[in-house]
Design a protein around this ligand. Structure first.
Ligand SMILES: [Zn+2]
Ligand SMILES: [Zn+2]
Length: 332
């Protein structure tokens, strides 16, 4: 793995070289934010961004000049919505809610405001902010489907699939008034929907896995899913490139959105299994949780990843061309 960085004006460019080790000029890569919507090219469509939402999560995967898959919405400060506007996203083809903590769903109102939402999936249950989220989506006329292990689809040039463990009442997206929360914060984190995407085709495809806020139990179960029979079932219907990753036979993922903002609860076995080229830590600057932790950073470095931190990088844009994965930091 080789690493290049260059600074130009307000933008900081980081190139991460995949096994082909081809060096491309950094300045041709950052098309996403720089092009107007009218100038968007097919290259620019095969990309996405980890949005700097402070202490929280929001990831966007472009599916068309004005379309995207959005995974989580960050906090209620509107940061994710502002970035989607910058990206000229007017239609959300798929809204993925990993779980119902406010740092993941707090921005849902502003994210869906003025945008068409074609489909939404979430883990179900009534913990955290679930009831509020169900209400907001219902009011907006957006149907929320259960994200179950193996739920999958194709949108434009993006193939996607979910893993993770939904609660028993995953199908039920309504909660009784005065709902008593029964899950602990950790249990809610462990119910996170894991989202896998293959963006583009062939060797220029980007493989990405977003781990939500999985903690120890959730990561252990995910690892089991990747290894055992469930993975075999899913592999049969899985996009080709990461089918071998499920078996642990192929190359690693291009990008892992590291679990729980890089808390200390990280499974070394899972990190080794995923073996990402880039590990993205979505965390707020100087956050009180100490995320990302040194332990998590060192773990992913040990498995060969280049670490990208949104608290240092700002929003991180990713693209891939000629087998070269590029991440571009847009500093605040
Ligand atoms: Zn979180
Ligand atoms: Zn959480």
């Amino acid at each position: 793995m080789r690493f290049y960085a260059a600074i130009a004006g307000d933008f900081s460019y980081i190139l991460i070289l995949h096994p082909s080790n081809k060096v491309l000029h950094p300045f041709i890569r950052a098309c996403t934010l720089l092009d107007s919507a009218n100038q968007a090219t097919s290259n620019c469509i095969k990309d996405g961004a980890f949005i700097d939402v402070g202490q929280g999560d929001s990831t966007v995967i472009r599916t068309g000049p004005h379309n995207a898959i959005v995974i989580d919405t960050g906090n209620d400060d509107g940061a994710a919505a502002r970035c989607l506007s910058q990206l000229k996203i007017t239609q959300i083809d798929l809204l993925v809610l990993s779980h119902y903590h406010s740092d993941h769903v707090g921005g849902i109102k502003s994210v869906i405001a003025g945008r068409q939402v074609k489909a939404a999936i979430g883990p179900g249950g009534c913990g955290g902010e679930a009831a509020q989220v169900y209400g907001i989506l219902a009011q907006a006329g957006v149907a929320l489907a259960a994200a179950k292990p193996g739920t999958q689809g194709v949108i434009g040039n993006v193939k996607w699939q979910t893993l993770g463990h939904s609660p028993a009442d995953a199908e039920k997206h309504s909660c009784p008034r005065n709902n008593q929360k029964t899950e602990s914060e950790s249990e809610l984190n462990d119910l996170s929907t894991v989202f896998i995407a293959e963006i583009g085709t062939g060797f220029d495809a980007i493989t990405l896995i977003a781990l939500g806020d999985l903690e120890t139990n959730g990561q252990t179960e995910l690892l089991g899913d990747l290894i055992r029979a469930k993975a075999t079932v899913m592999r049969d219907a899985a996009p080709a490139l990461w089918a071998s990753q499920l078996d642990g036979l192929g190359r690693g993922f291009d990008i892992v959105k590291v679990a729980h903002h890089g808390s200390a609860k990280q499974s070394p076995a899972l990190a080794r299994r995923l073996q990402p080229a880039a590990a993205v830590f979505s965390a707020g600057a100087n956050n009180t949780y100490g995320h990302p932790t040194q332990k998590a950073l060192e773990l992913y470095q040990t498995v060969g990843a280049t670490n990208i931190r949104t608290d240092q990088c700002g929003t991180a844009i990713f693209t891939k061309q000629d087998e070269t994965l590029n991440l571009t930091c847009l500093r605040n």
